[in-house]
Ligand binder design. Sequence first.
Ligand code: 3HC
Ligand code: NAI
Length: 685
Amino acid sequence: MTSPVRTERHDDVLVIVSDNPPVNALGAAVRQGLKDGVEEGLADDAVKAIVIRCDGRTFHAGADITEFGKPPQGPNLPETLDAMEASSKPVVAAIHGTALGGGLEVALSCHYRVAVPSAKLGLPEVNLGLLPGAGGTQRLPRVVGVEKALDMIVFGKPIGAKEAEAIGLVDKLADEDALAETAIAFAKEMAKKDSHPATSARTDKLPDATEVEQIFEDFKQKNHRKIRGFDAPAANIRCIHAAATLPFEEGIKVEREEFMKLMQGDQSKAQRHLFFAERQAAKIDDVPKDTPLIPVKKVGIIGAGTMGGGIAMNFLSAGIPVTMLEMKQEALDRGTGVMQKNYAGNVKRGRMSEEQAKAAMDRLSTTLDYADLADCDLVIEAVFESMDVKKDVFGKLDAHVKDGAILASNTSYLNVDEIAQATKRPGYVLGMHFFSPANVMKLLEVVRGAETRGDVLATVMALSKKIGKVAVVAGVCHGFIGNRMLSPRQREANKLILEGAKPWDIDRVHQEFGMPMGPFQMADLAGLDIGWHRDPNRIESLRDELCAMDRRGQKTGAGFYDYDENRRGTPSQDVEDLIRKWADKEGVEQREISDEQIRERTIYTMVNEGALILEEGMAQRASDIDVVWVYGYGWPRYRGGPMFWADLEGLDTIVGGLEKHADKMPELKMSALLKDKAAKGETFN
Ligand code: 3HC
Ligand code: NAI
């Protein structure tokens, strides 16, 4: 097999070039090539300096994640980097694209770093539940100081090359199209020096012993909420603390030990699963990869309400013009007003510049006339959740919008196939189910109708990435993937409170699990009057009675909880009494309910629903369901999504837990797929 690494001579500079598409990951062959390259440079007296660079779209974007968990092969990365750093001849990294993880660790082990302004540099291992395991936790603080290193490593967010230059991580910026020449010239210049700084030997950026503890204390205090539940951030912090307080060799030992612990833990397995799951979700099994896409240069949006405005912002921010249609001018004014406010908020929080916000709003036009949508390539409908209204809108769209344009519905539950039948182009109709707030939430369920064409689906999946969404294909069923799985959870939660569990105990169990909120906190946030018949005298359920009492959730200051002016909820005795009354009325005997039972009745039923979705072919793969729950509902990343979590829990445990409560759950349709996999000892992922 030919090596992905070659060497080139440019006068007295040896250039080691990696070419390992797509991202120059540091797999065994690349590590071997780097090691051999450095040895070649050292052995040849005519070589005075070494440059390390990559072909293709990026510098090394990290270790090869597909090797994790497999038996080690070839030289390991830390050894390779130590040899590089120990070189008596200067080694210069020439960086373009993204120098991430192991890639930045390569660069940190070089004596100097040259980068183009568009390059990004970072240690994102924490996002995989890991830490930089090739000296990154020890070398970065020595180059940029402890505070900056904490920021970069614990949050894993890359920085741009210009900022990297300002903080001393990059020594020289090169013109975008002159990286190799600049790095070679720089290396020649450096070769004239007598000695070259080994990062591991540096202490100039490390804090005084007297300041160290305070820096770490402040950092932990400020950020403890952001990193709650995750193992990796604390391990990263311990390593950086070691960098600041111990000699390099000792610090490296701490890094090694912490790295191995994380690598073997379930959290990192879950987060690595999600890395690949997210990328896999973009792929449509039966649509060829090279399917020609439909160009989308202009988008129409119907409805300027809660969803329409947010959806529009995604396209406007990505540079795509939008025309928004409403029934009345006032609705348009209200909608655009909210969008203006949201953009102003983004500017205030430093997420975009004022010019960018203005440019985005300038791409928006509004109308009351369908004729103005004639030249749109894609129109997304976000009107009231009513089949009649949607059919009427789609009929009009079909009549006015050019042939070959895609028509999408943002419906949460309605049948996309039925909506498609209101048009003469059902092949061009599909669902685009955004999540609220639509300008913020990353998830997009793309609902594939019975007749949706492959190129239409592929176009919308590609477009989703362009507007910063993570898209998952779902089939036509009630609630698609996410909301469908929510429904058995809510059903069981509602029954459990009559059986004796308190709403706040159920919510606590979900929060302790890592969810941002439990079923009753979610119900109060959404409003208990969603789907309510609005007749205060017609009281047929606990929920009807809560609505009739004007306890309709956070917006009325009370729901299952009482809310203060900051919308902080506290348990309500009135609600507790009311629940007991309804339990009596319905003849449900109240009893002590354990946290374990709550988990089994609510979270295990979600897994079962996920398995039904899979067996019905409503999701392409189990990992897509994980992506939906992580990006749409705040399922904790460190638990990898419901199907991955079920695998770890053991599918036989899930089946056993569900069967235990069979008498309490007559509505539960047990998934044959789940039972079958459990019996065979298989997993979903
Ligand atoms: N290892 C193996 N495969 C990788 C990879 C890696 N580090 N990074 C990306 N890939 C694969 C992806 O799975 C994808 O494969 P596919 O085409 O078969 O789906 C392909 O490369 C392209 O990736 P993207 O679709 O993500 O391409 P983008 O252009 O959108 O993004 C990127 C490029 C910013 C480099 C992004 O891929 C990324 O963030 N990669 C991971 C970076 C990372 O986490 N590095 C740290 C790794 S851990 C480490 O280094 C440990 C060390 O400290 C010891
Ligand atoms: P909304 O009530 O805030 O906005 C709907 C807008 O559509 C209103 O401004 C209304 O004037 C306009 N409208 C109604 N009929 C129209 C017509 N015939 N022609 C033009 N405009 C019309 O509703 P929201 O919350 O934005 O929901 C819209 C759709 O998005 C619904 O299908 C809903 O199920 C779905 N959805 C809602 C989510 C949410 O959290 N609010 C989340 C995901 C999907």
